[in-house]
Design a protein around this ligand. Structure first.
Ligand SMILES: Nc1ncnc2c1ncn2[C@@H]1O[C@H](COP(=O)(O)OP(=O)(O)OP(=O)(O)O)[C@@H](O)[C@H]1O
Ligand SMILES: [Mg+2]
Length: 167
């Protein structure tokens, strides 16, 4: 059992892709270096769409491809930009075994960037306890998604600032 227990912080209904994007942009405003978010949910549920909007929300203007085959994409701000945090975006679906994640240099990412991880269960015990957990699932109506956000008290306090409506 982990010492830092994760509770449900929010349950939301995202009616369409633009609702997903709006939430991601809102969340991007409070993220900082050292934050880790794990995105769980089936293939095609919207993990990458959320990460893409979040990375754009942080100020990156370029395309955000899915790291399906590269496993990791790193976004670095220009040298003279002191505001924008680096981002590591991972998709671990194709990771063969948990320890292979170390070869991606993920320890560096945790310390120096905001880390977004799709399929975080693939890295097993190498996933730090303090990560924020975002679970996505399909809603009954087309284009709708259910989202459950889980995290420790520290995350709960930070997310309060977002004033998210409960569904
Ligand atoms: N409300 C919604 N939120 C997010 N995506 C949505 C929504 N409604 C429809 N979509 C569509 O669902 C698809 C989500 O694809 P995406 O690549 O983000 O999934 P994923 O969870 O990253 O899958 P994978 O496990 O393969 O990485 C996109 O085609 C997107 O347009
Ligand atoms: Mg994806």
């Amino acid at each position: 059992m982990s010492l830092k227990s994760k509770n449900i912080i929010k349950q939301l209904l995202l009616d369409n892709l633009s609702a997903t994007r709006q939430l991601a942009e809102k969340l991007s405003a409070l993220l900082k270096i050292g934050d880790i978010i794990g995105f769980e949910g089936n293939l095609g549920v919207g993990k990458t769409e959320f990460c893409r909007a979040l990375i754009h929300g942080l100020g990156y203007k370029e395309d955000v491809p899915s790291p399906t085959f590269s496993l990791v994409q790193i976004y670095e701000p220009p040298m003279d930009d002191l505001k924008t945090a680096p981002v590591w975006h991972l998709d671990l679906y194709r990771l063969d075994q948990p320890q292979d994640v170390l070869e991606l240099g993920i320890d560096d990412g945790f310390d120096t960037a905001i880390t977004l991880i799709e399929w975080p269960d693939r890295m097993g015990r190498y996933l730090p306890d303090q990560h924020l957990q975002i679970l996505l699932s399909m809603d009954d109506h087309e284009g709708g998604r259910k989202m459950i956000i889980r995290g420790d008290d520290h995350w709960k306090a930070r997310l309060k600032e977002l004033n998210l409506d409960d569904e």
